[in-house]
Design a protein around this ligand. Structure first.
Ligand code: GDP
Ligand code: IMO
Ligand code: MG
Length: 459
């Protein structure tokens, strides 16, 4: 059977940890979208693994697949494989021949476009990994696929078509001299051919490419358990998120079908687990009606003068949850849980279960609030409006819950659901009732053992 893990909010809900917790009975873990914009954490036995491309099942020695819906930066992938090997793992990762390769010029173009947009405060705050430009080329039918790297003639033909266009874009539209860039080779057909042909040879030698759909459907026919590991989250989905402050793929559950080559019935026949952070965090720009405080440069309309509004609470949650960018150390935006957002995510994904993480981070607060509905132009709305402008005008109607105490969370995880402090259970049950989806797991800390498992989806 299959289990699909999907971010219900804005990314970083703790998807990697849930893949690890539920990963024991899985035989194969497949990513179906995104690329090295993801950062998934698994904490086990005192070791923290940060994974951006290698599926999180690698920590348990599961076969990892990067499906056709992924965009793959091979420089990052091989570096990550080396790092994991140094930590004593032996990852077995196969990449769909239909997946697209992120080429060095995609990263450069991501940076240039963000710079240009920032002149009119329209930047998305991307991760700068070239994700958007790679999916643009995929949709524009000028991308380079992993399978193309295996055939020297095809690779050269593809590069000779696309690279001059990108060079012209930089020089003639953006008015930047390619030779002034840090990496002018990113726009050089011969240099790209050499590097990516070498990657192709390596992929072939290490037997790393695969027809993902066929591989996964054979595995399922053999009775194996497959897990689909979503990256990012529903509100940054290109279709169901707050466009244009989104990533360029479909993290929602439908992406698990198109991004692997299996039918929607196969995905829908299994379990679809929504990963929920007990509060909200957001990296980058866009509305956030339940936001506490703000981050200058990311929170729309927020400047030094607006500071002061719930700033202490925001700082408390940010510090307790370690909500700072892993690479830049930049503070993440923080807010209360948002039910209109979760109602939207529940519909768009068809969740069959919820894993609610970070209950421990809120411990010790006198009061915990939830955005229950929104006020939009004088009306109460229960779900997210379709346009980002309308969403930006929404004000959250908050509901208040009594806080719960700091306790020994490892002990709670040992003892099970009933050991969770009563007020936290009230909070969890409210979420579950509102969404009409059962709680499958509760995260009470980052480690594998710090999760209260209520249901095992494979059983
Ligand atoms: P992902 O991108 O959804 O996989 O999430 P990230 O790994 O980017 O961010 C989640 C962070 O919270 C990581 O540092 C996790 O180790 C940590 N984490 C996950 N679940 C919990 C939890 O229940 N409590 C606490 N305190 N930390 C958690
Ligand atoms: P995981 O899988 C949180 C955000 C970026 C930006 C927007 C577009 O770890 O949850 P992109 O580089 O994808 O074009 O950026 O999406 N973003 C994420 N935010 N977690 C992620 O992944 C993210 N991946 C992209 O911050 O706002
Ligand atoms: Mg992350």
């Amino acid at each position: 059977m299959t289990v699909t893990i999907v971010g219900s909010q804005l990314g970083d809900e703790g998807k990697g940890g849930v893949v690890d917790v539920y990963g024991d009975p899985a035989d194969v873990v497949a990513r179906y979208q995104g690329g090295d914009n993801a950062g998934h954490t698994v904490v086990h036995d005192g070791e923290e693994y940060k994974l951006s491309l290698v599926p999180s099942g690698a920590v348990r020695g599961k076969v990892g697949i990067l499906g056709n819906g992924c965009v793959v930066n091979l420089r990052t992938l091989f570096d990550e494989l080396n790092t994991l090997r140094e930590k004593g793992l032996d990852p077995d990762v196969r990449i769909a021949e239909r997946a697209h390769a992120i080429l060095p010029f995609h990263r450069v173009l991501d940076g240039i476009e963000e710079d240009v947009k920032s002149e009119s405060d329209q930047e998305v705050g991307t991760t700068g990994r070239g994700i958007g430009p790679t999916y643009e080329d995929k949709a524009g039918r000028r991308g380079v696929r992993i399978g193309d790297l295996l055939d020297p003639d095809v690779l050269r033909e593809r590069l000779e078509y696309v690279v001059p266009q990108k060079r012209a874009l930089v020089e003639e539209v953006y008015d930047i001299d390619v030779d002034d860039l840090d990496d002018p080779d990113a726009f050089d057909v011969d240099a790209l051919y050499e590097e990516f042909r070498e990657f192709g040879e390596r992929l072939e030698e290490e037997n790393m490419t695969v027809n993902a759909g066929a591989f996964l459907s054979d595995a399922i026919a053999d009775g194996q358990n497959v897990m689909f590991e979503g990256a990012q989250g529903t509100l940054i989905d290109i279709d169901h998120g707050n466009y244009p402050y989104v990533t360029s793929s479909n993290p929602t559950a439908g992406g698990a079908a198109t991004g692997t080559g299996l039918g929607p019935g196969v995905v829908g026949d299994g379990e679809i687990i929504g990963i929920v952070k007990a509060y909200l965090t957001r990296v980058g720009s866009g509305p956030l009606p339940t936001e506490l405080g703000g981050v200058v440069g990311d929170t729309p309309g927020y400047d030094e003068e607006t500071e002061g509004r719930n700033e202490d609470l925001a700082t408390y949650i940010r510090d307790e949850g370690g909500e700072y960018g892993t690479v830049t150390g930049r503070p993440r935006r923080v807010g209360w849980l948002d039910l209109p957002m979760l109602r939207h995510a529940t519909r768009a994904n068809g969740f069959t279960g919820l894993a609610v993480n970070h209950i421990d981070v809120l411990a010790g607060l006198d009061e915990v609030q939830v955005g229950y509905t929104y006020e939009l132009d004088g009306e109460e709305v229960r779900t997210i409006p379709s346009t980002t402008e309308e969403w930006g005008r929404c004000e959250a109607n908050l509901r208040s819950f009594e806080g719960w105490p700091e306790v020994d969370w490892s002990e709670v995880a040992d003892e099970g659901y009933d050991a969770i402090p009563e007020n936290a259970r009230t909070y969890l049950e409210f979420i579950s009732d509102e969404l009409d989806v059962p709680i499958y797991a509760v995260g009470v800390g980052p480690g594998r053992e710090e999760t209260v498992v209520v249901e095992n989806p494979y059983e």
